[in-house]
Design a protein around this ligand. Structure first.
Ligand code: HEM
Length: 142
């Protein structure tokens, strides 16, 4: 009886774990989708010289989304049992995505520098999506 109960309890906690994992993964993927939409919008405004880029909400919201993206990624990593090569590749690529992204939106001096940086940042983003799906640093080539 005791054993049966604990087996049932353990099945239930497995189900709970899976449910939380799925919810956090869904949040992570939604934040990733919002992140690229916001990035492309801001990069477009940066290249075309729009003053909308200076709106407060436009400056704050992407940071909120990227924080959710990273936090959920870290939680998923811990739930999976720690770092693996493909997760390290994602982390490095995320740093590059953000760095190249700031060239596209702020630091690039000319329009063409900003446009080139925006294209590279988008390419890095899709590299990361490929890594996430393949669980392999080779991304789409895996
Ligand atoms: C721009 C950055 C990122 C993008 C676009 C992205 C994208 C994705 C996508 C699309 C998935 C779902 C994969 C699937 O359904 O099979 C995923 C899952 C995951 N991501 Fe990210 N991610 C990013 C950053 C990160 C970071 C920085 C980490 C680690 C700190 C991370 C860790 C994970 C983990 C552990 C999973 C779960 C994999 C699975 O259960 O199959 N991600 N990510």
């Amino acid at each position: 009886m005791g054993r049966a109960m604990s087996a049932a309890a353990s099945a239930r906690s497995n189900e709970e774990f899976d449910m939380y994992y799925l919810i956090i993964k869904q949040l992570h993927v939604s934040a990733a989708a919002l992140s690229i939409v916001f990035f492309v919008t801001r990069a477009w405004w940066s290249v075309t010289g729009s003053s909308k880029l200076q709106l407060r909400i436009v400056k704050v919201l992407p940071h909120v989304v990227d924080t959710v993206l990273l936090t959920c990624g870290v939680i998923l990593t811990v739930m999976l049992g720690g770092l693996q090569a493909w997760i390290v590749a994602k982390l490095i690529a995320l740093v590059l995505y953000i760095g190249v992204g700031t060239v596209a939106i702020k630091r690039g001096r000319t329009r063409s520098t900003r446009a080139a940086a925006a294209l590279i940042a988008v390419a890095i983003f899709f590299y990361i999506v490929g890594v996430a799906l393949a669980h392999n640093p080779l991304s789409w080539l895996a």
